[in-house]
Design a protein around this ligand. Sequence first.
Ligand SMILES: [Cu+2]
Length: 440
Amino acid sequence: MPTRRELLLSGATVGAAVALSSRVASAGETAETTARVAAQPLGLPDEHYRPVIVPSGATVPFRISAGAKVFHLVAKEFEHSFAPGLSALCWGYNGQVNGPVIEAVEGDIVRIYVTNELPAPTTVHWHGFILPNGMDGVSGLTQEPIPPGETWVYEFELVQNGTYMFHSHHDTMTQEGLGLTGMFIIHPRDAVDPPVDRDFALMLHEWRIDAGARRPNPNEMSDFNVLTMNGRVFPYLEPLVVRTGQRVRIRIGNLSAMDHHPMHLHGYEFHETAVDGQRIPTDQQRKRVTTLVGVGETRDIEFDAIYPGDWAFHCHMTHHVMNQMGHAFPNMIGFDAKGFDERVRSVIPGYMTMGAKGMKDMTDGHMAIPDNSIPMAKARGGFESPIGLGGMAGVIKVRDGLSDDALARGEDPGWYDHPPGTSAKRASDDQLERDGIDAT
Ligand SMILES: [Cu+2]
């Protein structure tokens, strides 16, 4: 077995690894005093791992320098779009809320620079990591917070593999709440069996954004009205596109403030293959259709995409698949508004009571909405009626014969064309009579 010294590092020699600048401010002692050398070559995309796909998001680019994989996170405020018609001033890394995704390989040494362009101090905590205590990123406990305008550096070896996360640990309620969270995926040295063809990463979050407000309210404790995956509400999260027969993994992380999310996949039974980065032995993996992702937890699920179609994947808390407009209305179900509406119209021309048949009234687009807000599910699929989903929902589009190129380009194949005889439709008189259904 070669000694550490004999090992050439990808793109950098051992000599370069030792010559680490001491001018860099460090979150702990290690980066300043010793440059460790990875025991094996740093893992490279497409050579040592298949990169994850981040719908509506991105991974952090890296360079190899002085024996480590070098990443740079810039924490700052920016305008984030949750959906056309709804944006707000959020805090995030590299211009993304709840992202971007850092990807590396078990055994890699990572050196992560954090530039603080926020108006407040910050830190980054590496959630679930086995690392030196001084790299753990807890403000006041393991380091001084990073002052505005400064760049600090974290450096540690990745001794685990799996789906992990990172987030601010300074004034956590405010900073996490405004979007300073992301996923950190550590690929194993040897791909798990069976390997997956499509490996998706989704980060869950919840926000309180009052209609017309410029910023989310991080002080909210229970009444969240914008529920997102990778910072988007349905249907503005890019679809998860898969060719029929491919093996799929979905990695789900939850750094919502207060809510656990039961994530439900339509049309499939999946295996829950990892919890908090820990791979579950194959014979203990349970088949499920819903996986509960607690706050601060991650889950990996895997399945063979053998059923073509447009399959919903969403949180099963019904208020979490609504958009802003919809939670706070009075209960009008069953209210007979006929005479009432006429009387009110004599005072308010054009008045119409909404919600007597349920919240679907709100989806049809004939209700005036305030600036910078989104009504419940305005989106249309392949049908005349809008899709009855909003918030924390996405679509997995499984299609026959998609080319590798089309998948690599992230092309949206459009809405599913259901084969004849495979869709729900109005029952015919013949059917009703044949089967003895009295529908009169
Ligand atoms: Cu939920």
